[in-house]
Design a binder for this molecule. Structure first.
Ligand code: XIL
Length: 439
């Protein structure tokens, strides 16, 4: 990253109510510097999360980390919402385990991401081996989605509605769904999901989109297929199961995200892990793993519509990698003994430096006073040396805001700068996201 361009910031305001401004303006609280979720939020993102499962719940050392909301602001059940577990037979729905994951997330004040509905893998025998017509399989898919999503209505930030529909060469995977319904199973799934829980963000989720342009292009066509049918699709999940030294570079990761943000979608890295190719890793590959993790984090920060990152487990103790890809491993940020690896420290240091400089720009500039509003054109200016705590705005921005401001701007724990003031006796507010462009 070039230091020169890093020292840029974008100023933009988000429309806020006077009440909201008053609530956020006191007291000034600098960003908390501990924990990857806290840091990621301070840098402007929604969550830093982890996959977790009920069979992890009897491990107190594990839970001491997982329950820490500064580290993880979001949980996703690693397996228990998959079709074979949640609906093992046509009339048998098993919600106990995913409900327990949800309960723990809620107790901790964490978000809940839900995974997954229409997927060729981990299917119950009655689906995988059934004899289907278009109508009977469509009915079974819709019933599955409707029952499961209704159970979690209003509780999932997002659902991975369709998972891994594509081969790496961009053709459709030869699943029971594709064989029976062609591509119709995709809009059909999103339509059922939208009806069952209109509040959930609906995602298409897949792997190797980041490394295969043909697969990414095919995923674009999937999004367009759903959009052309006027059916909601809100997000694209990049699984981000990477290999040390083979992780795409930052420019490439940004370009891949933007294939989908230009279609109006948000994006997320939904299952991040970065596996060593040989074990034990040497010092070079340990350093490279750190660099690769930072690359992914940096690429998400660079795309305003990248909402978050989910680790596919945070400790090697429970990583799926060694059993699925024999010989590979040590893919997580913590060792099996729960010590933080250099990759954890690298991500933490990187985020701390981002937060200390500024957070990524979000939104468009606008502030309002109840009787009217003023649009502020986002401005790119030289960043002050420090951008935490009470800050003095550069002269050109201060001049723009001067008629509105009666108190010094304060930085909130969420990374926003809040300015409050009165104009013609009316409380006026502006939330300003101050961002570093990390090019
Ligand atoms: C994996 C789990 O981590 C394993 O425990 C399980 O045995 C197989 O599935 N893509 C996905 C995830 O969408 O659901 C997969 O999770 C990993 C690949």
């Amino acid at each position: 990253m070039a230091p020169v361009v890093r020292n840029l910031m974008i100023l933009s305001g988000l429309l806020v109510s006077a009440v909201g401004v008053a609530a956020q303006a006191t007291p000034p609280s600098p960003p908390t510097a501990q924990g990857l979720h806290s840091l990621f939020v301070a840098a402007g993102k929604l969550y830093w999360g982890t996959a977790i499962e009920t069979n992890n719940f009897n491990d107190s050392a594990y839970l001491a980390i997982a329950n820490n909301r500064n580290e993880f602001g979001m949980y996703v059940p690693e397996n228990s919402q998959k079709w074979e577990e949640i609906q093992p037979a046509l009339t048998d729905f098993e919600f106990t385990n995913p409900d327990a994951v949800l309960a723990r997330a809620r107790a901790n004040g964490q978000m809940f991401r839900c995974h997954t509905l229409t997927w060729h893998s981990q299917l119950p025998a009655f689906v995988a081996n059934g004899t289907w017509t278009r109508d009977t399989l469509a009915a079974v898919i819709v019933a599955h989605i409707t029952n499961v999503m209704t159970h979690y209505r209003g509780l999932c930030y997002a659902w991975d509605v369709v998972n891994e529909a594509l081969n790496d060469n961009g053709t459709f995977r030869n699943s029971v769904f594709f064989r029976t319904l062609g591509t119709d199973f995709i809009p059909l799934s999103f339509a059922a999901a939208s009806r069952a829980d209109p509040s959930a963000r609906l995602y298409y989720n897949d792997f190797n989109l980041e490394t295969s342009p043909r697969k990414a292009a095919a995923a674009v066509r999937i999004v367009q297929l759903v959009q052309a049918a006027n059916i909601p699709i809100h997000g694209l999940g990049f699984q981000a199961h990477f290999r040390v030294g083979q992780t795409p570079n930052r420019t490439s990761l940004i370009a891949t995200q933007n294939l989908f943000t230009t279609l109006g979608l948000e994006v997320a890295f939904s299952e991040l892990d970065i596996a060593h190719l040989s074990l034990p890793p040497n010092s070079t590959s340990i350093q490279r793993q750190s660099d690769d993790y930072v690359t992914v984090v940096s690429a998400c920060l660079a795309v305003p519509k990248c909402v978050g990152i989910t680790l596919w487990q945070f400790t090697d103790k429970y990583s799926w990698i060694p059993s699925t890809f024999p010989g590979l491993g040590d893919a997580c940020l913590y060792t099996s003994n729960f010590t933080k690896k250099p990759a954890y420290s690298a991500v933490s240091s990187f985020l701390q430096s981002v937060v200390a400089t500024a957070a990524p720009a979000q939104g468009t500039g606008r502030f309002a006073n109840g009787t009217g509003s003023k649009t502020v054109t986002p401005m790119v200016v030289a960043a002050p040396a420090t951008a935490t705590g009470v800050m003095t705005l550069p002269a050109d921005i201060a001049g723009e805001l001067a008629p509105f401001v009666t108190s010094p701007p304060v930085r909130t724990s969420a990374g926003a700068v809040v300015i409050v003031g009165k104009r013609k006796g009316v409380l006026v507010g502006v939330v300003v996201m101050v961002g570093a462009l990390l090019l």
